[in-house]
Design a protein around this ligand. Structure first.
Ligand SMILES: Cc1cc2nc3c(=O)[nH]c(=O)nc-3n(C[C@H](O)[C@H](O)[C@H](O)COP(=O)(O)O)c2cc1C
Length: 394
């Protein structure tokens, strides 16, 4: 039975976490509970140990199995982490990676789907720090079970009442199902820019940050895939759970991708591959002269088109198009010419999305003519949307 870690923090609604644990067990999960110090002022570990038949953790240095770090074990084994009720303080800690108790330490060691059910006084819930924490966690694709509006424990009216146990259990079940969407699938992602050397010190490149490729890698992992990333020189950090092959030039990217293609079911070309390279890189450094100099460029191989051709139907190959015009006819022509399953197009002329931005908005054009829009979302949410759209049966 899949494990769920239920983190309970110091809200008066902590008394309802027992019912939530029961409901999750009824739905087939093995529930392991972790209480913050605040939560222990309202409920006790004995309650949850009795209900779940599992140890309930409260202290970071506790080890139910001697010599095994419980925060790592619990984080590795969990199919989902649900924090319910989540206080304002615990939300802020989750958003900023503060790990000063067992629950937030497990959360920092955990990279799977997160469900959060906040509960607090409406003024606290509307406060700037809480809004900011919610936004950060949403951008990381945490599933929020919104609190209800109404009268809260202190008598104030507004938003902040702990959501119903059913609604939270449903959200946990949904993320656990989603986490298996790409189970058994191997996904190959190309990411970042390429660098085409001019001489020993200089190169031609572009503004790709690698953030979209990194988001795709994280999203594919969240959906249960095995992930290989062939990445050009980009600073966006890639999840440690994926295999990363670092390359510099377009030709190196093609070679590494062809090698990985053989085992892949889905290929997503998010890299901004240089269309041209200097004909020959100069040995040493080109010296300054007061005359114009010529730089002759020759076309690079078309990485995504070559991958589509070599895949020959054994893998679905999806391209990205950074279109300054947003013209879908240009995208459709690209899709046909390169023999792709679909193209995800983004309008890089819009300042709120694209290259260095943390947000994006994709238009997904399929070879069969369907067109779908993601709307503006964080790059991780866009990536999840894209992978889910690609896995829907046609
Ligand atoms: C009676 C009582 C009820 C509380 N209820 C809430 C609540 O519903 N939501 C919240 O964010 N904080 C609530 N608090 C404040 C938190 O318990 C406090 O901020 C605590 O430090 C949170 O720590 P934790 O998140 O580690 O449990 C309450 C405090 C008291 C004394």
């Amino acid at each position: 039975m899949p494990y769920v870690v239920l983190g309970v923090s110091g809200s008066i609604a902590a008394y309802r976490a027992g019912d939530l644990a029961r409901e999750l067990m009824r739905r087939g999960f093995t529930v392991r509970v972790c209480l913050t110090d605040g939560a222990q002022r309202f409920v006790s570990p004995a309650l949850f140990e009795g209900l779940t038949g599992q140890p309930c953790l409260v202290d970071t240095f506790e080890e139910p199995e001697r010599g095994r770090m419980a925060h790592i074990d619990w984080a590795r084994q969990a199919a989902a982490l649900v924090v319910a009720p989540a206080t304002g303080s615990t939300l802020a800690k989750l958003a900023h990676g503060i790990a000063d108790d067992m629950l937030t330490t497990i959360a920092l060691a955990y990279s799977g789907p997160l469900v959060v059910a906040p509960a607090m006084n409406p003024t606290m819930y509307g406060s700037e720090p809480v809004r900011a924490a919610v936004e950060i966690l949403r951008a990381r694709a945490a599933a929020f079970v919104e609190p209800d509006a109404g009268e809260v424990a202190c008598g104030e009216q507004g938003e902040g009442k702990f959501a119903g146990v059913e609604r939270i259990a449903e959200a946990v079940q949904a993320v656990a199902i989603r986490a298996r969407l790409l189970e058994g699938q191997r996904v190959l992602i190309t990411s970042g820019p390429t660098r085409e050397p001019i001489d020993a010190a200089r190169f031609l490149s572009n503004r790709s940050s690698g953030k979209m490729g990194a988001a795709l890698a994280r999203a594919a992992l969240l959906l249960g895939a095995e992930v290989t990333v062939v990445s050009g020189p980009a600073s966006a950090p890639l999840p440690i759970e994926c295999t990363v092959i670092r390359v510099q030039t377009a030709r190196e990217m093609l070679e590494a991708s062809l090698e990985a293609l053989r085992q892949s079911h889905l290929v997503i070309g998010a890299a901004a591959v240089a269309d041209y390279r200097p004909e020959a890189a100069v040995d040493g450094k080109i010296r300054r002269v007061d005359e114009p100099i010529d730089l002759r460029l020759v076309p690079n191989p078309d990485v995504i088109a070559t991958l589509a051709e070599k895949a020959g139907g054994s893998a679905r190959v999806v391209g990205f198009a950074a279109e300054p015009s947003g013209d879908l006819d240009v995208v459709r022509e690209k899709l046909r010419r390169k023999g792709l399953h679909a193209v995800a197009s983004n309008d890089i002329s819009l300042p709120v999305i694209g290259f260095e931005s943390n947000n994006n908005a994709l238009t997904l054009v399929f070879a069969d003519g369907r067109v779908e829009e993601s709307g503006v979302r964080s790059k991780l949410e866009c990536a999840l949307w894209l992978l889910e759209s690609l896995s829907e049966p046609v």
